[in-house]
Design a protein around this ligand. Structure first.
Ligand code: BGC
Length: 760
């Protein structure tokens, strides 16, 4: 909408920078500015017609509850994210919603985070690729996205005031790249700032985050929206680039903006820029079409859910269920599915599928019988009697399938868990049923990782179903019977113990601060680097068929870009989908690198016997680390291994490459170490020559025979070294060398130097 904002009064402009009510922006009818609706998101539309809230308490209009992000993450399939995004977009149009709040692309730093079900992965590439696919597809349909929560909102504990204290490299390498990718590839209409502080400054008025990084570095042109109630200093927020405060503040903060402009504290052009960005949102569709195909969307939700299920274990090929005549189905979740998390993303589904019903249908088609027992109750009940009944039913069956998991009360937005365990009553049922049944399959429904310890070895198969949306029940039945071949892979590690998780000592923080002490060693980066055992590694997932990986070739397509070609084949007898995972491993550079990092992936569908050569691109970023001295991405010179893994711990092919790396000019100062001085590409040789020239033959011989002498002083700053040596080099020489150190070693010819030394 091209509104000439010079026709607006300062009061009118300020009024546009906060919401009208919980879900809408203000209109100014006389100049034709409409109000638009922003609402959750992201795996369905939560359009509240009655009382509004942001905690999922009051009801919303029915809409399709698609699989939440935890499931989409496990699909490892941008196509799943895209189809979901497009369908949510169509429903948004139906409800007249202009901006859908999501997707959430925060990194799963700890498996305890109460909102992990709303996030994709512990890995930034996987999160970013899926987030970008969702946003692009949804925005192509029409509505805008609000990528959230920017940034470093990795826990619920004290989320509205805690300071996430994170070093620069960790922010750039782990917590920001998913946002960077979505912003650069998908141009989301909005970015939602998080509640928390980042290094002591609230995200909602953090100029480094909202302007320097988001707009200057990444080129974001959309509007920044506050998380609901995240604003703590409105005027500082406008100055920092936080455009739209949601929900409204009843006019209080609008007045603060007006006063700040009038007093000269806030330049009006800054307000104008924010107003223009908010007004751009009114170009998004906002007239309800009242029409979407609920049946088609339910069917789509079933397909997407089935593609997200992860088969963790399948001993004795107990799955898919074939040739069974008596099935025991145990667990409350079989009849009353848990399929989404609690809080702002809570959708009022158009319908829900219970696994039990579909299992009955599919069993009937195959001439098998099904007996069901609750096994446990979500709220306190007669656990012993329920368990005894389940054991009796299991004893009469060929295969017992236990639907276990976490209830709504165990995980939700707003709080973190303090344990990874399943409820004790469920563990008892699993163990006793496994002892009584001939074969036991456990199907899990949980938003955050649960521990498998204490019962893992008792059962034959485990299907990790996460939270799968409203059609999750039928999708699980499809996978159990082999109607769909499972193809999900873990987007997060399943640890052996909570104490093994990298953030264990620093989660969820104390006294207002959470220190991200594990640095870049988040999730699998820690486990593989420390060779710490886990129950199931990142990337793990079984299939009913088998795959082979061969003929890996890496072709350099530039100085620091490569094309990976690898052939994958389906060697089993059912069609299936395989995920090619490409990792890069190196210890090049001055920083500690994770043992390997995911740098590319692709999901391929293969018929039995089919082979396909897959091409994956490794861009420059695949090889970089973030350098905190230069504040930029750097490719370090050295050896790199390109590895294809069936999970992060199981590498099945690799090829080595060597990279020349970036030409880095690190200017020398007196604070640089002796090692820096001697290691400098121009200064080092000159220094060495000058030093040798000033030495007696005896001194030279001594230096040659004692190379460790230099090693001992290598880490000493030049300033201190000079003090100890009584000024080995005269001042003018040092000044000359420091000037030389700023030259580009690639383009400058090393000059012949006559260095004055006093002898060392
Ligand atoms: C959540 C956001 C959500 C918003 C609106 C907040 O509490 O953190 O993710 O979009 O409420 O419901």
């Amino acid at each position: 909408m091209s509104i000439d904002i010079t026709t607006l009064t300062l009061e009118q402009k300020a009024s546009l920078l906060s919401g009208h009510d919980f879900w809408t922006t203000k209109s100014i009818a006389e100049v034709g500015i409409p109000s638009i609706v922003l609402t959750d998101g992201p795996h369905g539309i939560r359009r509240q017609a009655g009382d509004a809230d942001h905690l999922g308490i009051n009801d919303a209009e029915p809409s399709t509850c698609f699989p939440p992000a935890v499931a989409v993450g496990s699909s490892w399939d941008p196509e799943v994210a895209a189809q979901l995004g497009a369908a949510v977009g169509r429903e948004a149009l139906a409800f007249g919603v202009s901006v859908v709040l999501g997707p959430g692309i925060n990194i799963k730093r700890s498996p305890l985070c109460g909102r992990n079900f709303e996030y994709y992965s512990e890995d930034p590439l996987l999160s970013g690729v899926l987030g970008a696919a969702h946003v692009t597809a949804m925005q192509e349909v029409g509505p805008g996205a609000s990528v959230k929560h920017f940034a470093a909102n990795n826990q619920e504990h004290e989320r509205m005031r805690i300071s996430a204290d994170i070093d620069e490299r960790t922010l750039r390498e782990i917590y920001l790249p998913a946002f960077e990718r979505v912003v650069k590839e998908s141009a989301p209409a909005t970015v939602m700032c998080s509640y928390n502080k980042v290094n002591g400054v609230y995200a909602s008025h953090n100029p480094w985050l909202l302007t320097d990084v988001l707009r200057t570095d990444w080129g974001f042109e959309g509007a920044v929206v506050s998380d609901w109630g995240a604003v703590s200093d409105r005027v500082a927020g406008v100055a920092a680039g936080m455009d739209l405060e949601m929900p409204g503040s009843g006019g209080t903060t609008d007045q603060q903006i007006v006063d700040a402009v009038r007093s000269g504290a806030l330049p009006e052009i800054v307000v104008d820029a924010a107003v223009r960005r908010v007004l751009a949102l009114t170009d998004l569709p906002h007239i309800a079409t009242n029409d979407f195909d609920a049946d088609a969307h339910h069917a789509l939700a079933r397909t997407l859910a089935a593609d997200s299920v992860v088969l963790l274990k399948n001993d004795n090929a107990v799955l898919p269920l074939a040739r069974v005549s008596r099935l025991a189905v145990i667990g409350t979740f079989a009849a009353e599915p848990r399929f989404q998390g609690g809080g702002s993303s809570h959708i009022n589904p158009t319908r829900t599928d219970a696994a039990l019903e579909t299992i009955r249908d599919l069993a009937l088609e195959r001439g098998a019988t099904v007996e069901h027992a609750d096994g446990f109750a979500l709220r306190d009940d007669d656990a012993n009697a329920l368990r005894a009944q389940a054991v009796a039913v299991a004893g009469r069956s060929d295969v017992a399938i236990i639907f276990a998991g976490l209830g709504d009360q165990e995980e939700s937005e707003g709080f973190d868990r303090d344990s990874l365990d399943l409820p004790a009553a469920q563990i008892a049922v699993i163990r006793e049923v496994a002892a009584a049944a001939r074969r036991t399959v456990v199907v899990l429904s949980n938003g955050g990782v649960v521990s498998l310890e204490g019962w893992h070895d008792d059962v034959d198969a485990i299907l990790e179903g996460w939270l799968l949306g409203q059609a999750g029940g039928s999708a699980l039945a499809d996978v159990l019977f082999g109607v769909v071949n499972p193809s999900g892979h873990l987007a997060e590690t399943i640890p052996l113990r909570l104490q093994d998780t990298p953030s264990w000592n620093n989660f969820p923080g104390e006294q207002g601060h959470v220190r991200y002490g594990e640095g870049v060693m988040v999730g699998y980066r820690h486990y593989v680097s420390a060779e710490a055992p886990v129950r199931y590694p990142f990337g793990h997932g079984l299939s009913y068929t088998t795959f082979v990986t061969k003929d890996l070739r890496v072709e350099m397509t530039g100085k620091d870009t490569a094309l990976v070609k690898v052939t994958v084949g389906n060697t089993g007898d059912s069609a299936g989908k395989h995920v090619v995972q490409v990792y890069v491993a190196t210890d090049a550079g001055p920083v500690r690198r994770p043992l390997r990092e995911l740098r590319a992936f692709a999901k391929v569908s293969l018929e039995p016997g089919e082979e396909r050569t897959v091409e994956l691109t490794l861009d420059r970023r695949s090889f970089t680390y973030w350098d905190i001295e230069l504040h930029q991405w750097v490719v370090a010179a050295g050896d790199y291994s390109i590895q294809v893994g069936v999970d992060v711990s199981t590498i099945v092919a690799e090829e080595a490459i060597a990279l020349a790396g970036d030409v880095i000019v690190r200017p020398l100062t007196l604070d640089s170490t002796v090692g820096d001085w001697f290691g400098h590409p121009i200064v080092g040789p000159a220094l060495q020559e000058g030093l040798s020239a000033g030495m007696t033959e005896e001194q030279l011989k001594h230096a040659e025979e004692n190379p460790n002498d230099l090693k001992m002083v290598e880490s000493m700053p030049m300033q201190q070294f000079l003090a100890f040596t009584g000024g080995a080099f005269p001042q003018e020489t040092l000044v000359q060398l420091m000037a030389l150190s700023r030259l580009d070693p690639a383009s400058e010819r090393s000059p012949d130097l006559e260095l004055a030394t006093r002898g060392a």
